[in-house]
Design a protein around this ligand. Structure first.
Ligand SMILES: C[C@@](O)(CCOP(=O)(O)O)CC(=O)O
Length: 388
């Protein structure tokens, strides 16, 4: 791999072993993938930071780096941890609070912005063509597809290495020639009226190539859910959204057209348990955006409190402080709010029989991680199932 004189000096350890190690990781992975040079990035998003996911080995890895007191060379945001930083949730278990605090101290001490969210674009939306090194599959696919930015699906250690060095290897979605969509996915009108998570799960499971997905005008939270579901059930990192993905950030060479019908996605809908069963309604995977919370508020206005189970909502901590009147309203309706975390990266206080969610990603992971039965529904249906 070609390295600039500055990169050579970094690799030789002139700025300390942490930077040398970080660059070595990037160079080795890049070389294995056939990359011949590095590119400068503007924003790293570090995932692999939840104690309940990475445990002691991950904590030690981060603390070893932090001991040398390095600083990130580029703007860096941090994925959710395994605790509710608002300390109000009765669903999320904060038992690893002190362990998570050690991880957070290291990341923030190196210069990471403590956003603790999987929607880092809420804090800094990238520009079309911008090179990033992001972990967190739902954020990666959103950056590429919605903003036209350029990032591969990085693992936590690699995103950390890019945060430290400011570089990533030139490969994959960083080059226009690899951003070619070959399958056109159309949604039949009946599918188009259902939560887009359903289509996302199916596309992830059944399509390998980069797709063009034709959707009608949709709220942002539906687009976020579609992309996150594709990235969870498949390995997608880019989908061209007709009319949304910035032109010049992709090419199309369509070889096949598929139309999705309701029967294709029936299996993700599920069925609520009988009246005795405990139900967890869940909204916020990826984290909720203000627009989704406003939609939720409208739906909750006519109810006082849940009649069956709990409604959990997860979001970035900063959003909760910016929209505090909205939080007050949600709390008045006994919504369980968890900040800076989500059930995919944390421990739950108790077991529920069933989870009803608008998130295909949560559906995909929660059944595996927490052994929950789950089904997908729209916001209105979720609210009605819990409150009506
Ligand atoms: C499932 C996932 O969202 C978990 C993120 O956890 P962590 O920050 O990688 O520990 C990872 C991903 O989708 O990239």
């Amino acid at each position: 791999m070609y390295l600039t004189p500055f990169q050579e000096r970094m690799l030789k350890g002139e700025f300390g072993w942490v930077y040398a190690k970080a660059l070595e990781i990037i160079v080795k992975v890049g070389e294995a993938l056939g990359s011949d040079r590095l590119v400068e990035i503007t924003h790293a998003h570090v995932s692999g930071v939840s104690y309940s996911n990475i445990g002691e080995p991950g904590l030690e890895f981060l603390r070893d780096f932090y001991r040398e007191r390095p600083r990130f060379r580029v703007y860096t945001t941090i994925n959710p941890g395994c605790v509710d930083y608002g300390m109000l949730s009765q669903v999320i278990d904060n038992k690893y609070f002190s362990k998570q605090a050690l991880i957070d101290e290291a990341l923030v001490g190196m210069g990471g912005k403590p956003v603790f969210t999987c929607i880092p674009y809420y804090h800094r939306p990238p520009m079309p063509g911008e090179h990033l090194a992001w972990g967190e599959s739902s954020a990666v696919i959103f950056a590429n597809s919605y903003f036209g930015a350029r990032t591969n699906r990085e693992g936590g250690p690699l995103a950390l290495a890019s945060a430290l060095t400011g570089f990533t290897y030139l490969h994959g979605l960083h080059s226009l020639e690899n951003r070619v969509a070959r399958v056109l996915v159309e949604l039949s009108p009946l599918i188009d009226n259902k939560p887009l998570s359903l289509a996302g799960l199916w596309i992830g499971e059944n399509i390998r190539d980069i797709p063009v997905v034709k959707i009608r005008e949709k709220p942002l939270h539906e687009i976020k859910a579609l992309l996150a579901a594709m990235a969870a059930s498949g390995s997608h990192a880019l989908a061209v959204l007709d009319g949304i993905t910035p032109r010049e950030t992709y090419k199309t060479e369509i070889e096949e057209t598929i139309t999705l019908e309701p029967s294709d996605v029936e299996k993700y809908v599920g069925e609520l348990p009988g009246l005795g069963g405990t139900v967890l309604g869940y909204i916020g995977c990826p984290h909720t955006h203000p627009e989704e919370l406003v939609a939720l508020k409208r739906l909750l206005e006519k109810y006082r409190e849940p009649r069956r189970g709990k409604l959990l909502v997860t979001m970035p901590p900063e959003l909760a402080s910016t929209y505090s009147p909205l939080m007050k309203f949600l709390l008045s309706r006994k919504v369980d709010i968890a900040l800076g975390t989500c059930p995919v990266v944390s421990v739950l206080k108790k077991k529920y029989d069933y989870m009803l969610t608008n998130s295909g990603k949560a559906y995909f992971y929660m059944r595996k991680i927490h052994g929950l039965k789950a089904g997908i529904a729209g916001l209105k249906e979720i609210v009605e199932s819990i409150y009506a």
